[in-house]
Design a protein around this ligand. Sequence first.
Ligand SMILES: CC(C)(COP(=O)(O)OP(=O)(O)OC[C@H]1O[C@@H](n2cnc3c(N)ncnc32)[C@H](O)[C@@H]1OP(=O)(O)O)[C@@H](O)C(=O)NCCC(=O)NCCS
Length: 299
Amino acid sequence: MPNTTIRAFEPSDEPEFLETQRVAFRGLEYLPRVKVGLLALDHEGSFVAERDGSVIGCVGLFKLERPGWFEVRNLAVKDLHPEKLAVDLLAKTSDYLDSKRPEFVKASTPAVQPYVDLYKRTGFVPARRSVRIRWDLSTCKISESKVETRNLLKEHANDAAEVWVEGLRPHWDYWIEEQGGPDELKAWVKQSVGKDTGWIGAFFENKLVGVAILRADSYGKGEARFNGAYALPDYRQQGIGTALMNASIREARQFLQDRMRVYTLAYLDHLAPGAILYLKSGGLIEAEYLQLEKKGNKS
Ligand SMILES: CC(C)(COP(=O)(O)OP(=O)(O)OC[C@H]1O[C@@H](n2cnc3c(N)ncnc32)[C@H](O)[C@@H]1OP(=O)(O)O)[C@@H](O)C(=O)NCCC(=O)NCCS
């Protein structure tokens, strides 16, 4: 391709990297989240394609929290014709990865073509979907619930760590592994509860049985990040999730949030309970992503 060069990502490329996502996915991609993700970008394994001094394509590589585990995402080109540029970008990241002898590689992309097929052609196999769900907080309705919910304090930190990790199972087992295992996650909860705002607990006979995590202004002023609602497996389908959603929406309004967004799991052929809970509490699916894994990895 005349005048097109592919080179490693540099920090000053960030604005054009984001602009490439916007153009490639016609606004479907949520740029504040992509921007937060770039903090963890592996610069050597991420590439931009440049033509006449402008970025026209990019791909990002991210190290997961386990040695030898990687994620490829943000493959995007401004103009899909010719498609070869996207193929070349993916090949660059693959070559870099090969030199690292990875144990496990996954990929994520907005679930649109040709990106899904481009990943499949290089040996990635669809594993699951995720959906981005948005609540418009001025209009969504909350109902009254008999389940007690309150903001968590430092004294709840140890219980919250146990409830969160058990509450993630079994749907998020893959993610617990990607994050380095249950102890890593518990350690993060223990240092966060009582320090960071937005930890909400649901109690049954004074026992903590569910948690929800809200991060106000995370994606910009008034744009909250919802890190999900979780109930202990033995306490599911008894209204705990609904109570956590009511409390989270109420809390978000108190923090003067306009919208709240979550990225949540969907299996390839059906929604997980979390997505069902969110849709029933007034959330709307904004976008769908596909997560793929490379065959032969993670033996
Ligand atoms: C998602 C979760 C919190 C729901 O909690 P819950 O206490 O079971 O939720 P509720 O009892 O309040 O049910 C809420 C609604 O979702 C529906 N629902 C809950 N689990 C369901 C399931 N397995 N299949 C279908 N619908 C389900 C309920 O029928 C209910 O609908 P209704 O209001 O019309 O009766 C719980 O399943 C869980 O902890 N899952 C694992 C953690 C997770 O994936 N969280 C999302 C992270 S982003």
